[in-house]
Ligand binder design. Sequence first.
Ligand code: CP
Ligand code: NVA
Length: 319
Amino acid sequence: MITETHSSASPTRLKSGDLRSDFDLSASELRMLLELAGEVKRQPDKWRSALRGRIASLLFEKPSLRTRMTFEVAAKQLGGDAILTVGPVGGREPVKDVARNLERWTDIIVARTFEQETVDELARAAEIPVVNALSDRYHPCQALADMLTLKEIWGGWQGHTLAFVGDGNNVAHSLMLDCSRLGVNFVCVTPQGYEPKPEIVEQAREFAMAAGAAVEVTNDAEAGLARAEAVYTDVWASMGLEHEAAERARLFAPYQVNSGLMELAQPGALFMHCLPAHREEEVTDEVMESRTSVIFQQAENRLHAQKALMLMLIDGPAR
Ligand code: CP
Ligand code: NVA
């Protein structure tokens, strides 16, 4: 809905106006957002009508439990609402026309798409904010929740080390971009040929240099995990790549996160996963259920981080 803005007592707006990818947040905006997410978690009642009357359009081309539920719950708990549409974005009409319809009725578009280009096109066409709820390239909302989780456990980020083990995918890209800006050393351990995109690694290295951290990519699990205080994994075949599952299962098997692999990391290292997990494939049941597994804290924090995100993208209650 394009209405007059109401910004008194509202949190600072994000300069880009969208979250197409992690790049839409500056390092200081990222810290501000995570600070706000912590506040929102501690004092949810304070924000009960912050987005009264505001409606989120949820466009999902792929399945979801966490992202869909947490955006719906977040919108409702902030005084607004959300409407879900499942299916291809732009199947019946051009993506830009979808965007220009939705902006007439609703206040934010949250899109889970196969291609990053669809998110970018929505953002180019819509005057309302557009959020990437996972594309083939990035999963910025997941990384926000993960950074909040690490802050809660570590008390801060600077100088800590996280190792991502598995496919250099959307989740790995977003984690790398957020860790590097917050001073967390990031190690990506992948089978050969499944490394993260070199141009994203290069960007993350620049961020890391500015934050006094490092980004490393390796195929050697033993070397890669040696300093890890958190071990993160994700499915071997992401949504849309199911046809590669059998081949990947063979190539990724040595990288399964099991108790032996966890022993390569620092004692007491956290186990993290964005979920959904394929138990006994990328991670064993034992590690999922272990004392240092923080997977459901990550899932809970999706809600708080996305509330903060919406508060920083939408201009307060509807008028
Ligand atoms: N982690 C995550 O995005 O989960 P969903 O696919 O269930 O949304
Ligand atoms: N990499 C996974 C993440 C799911 C939340 C996928 O894209 O399917």
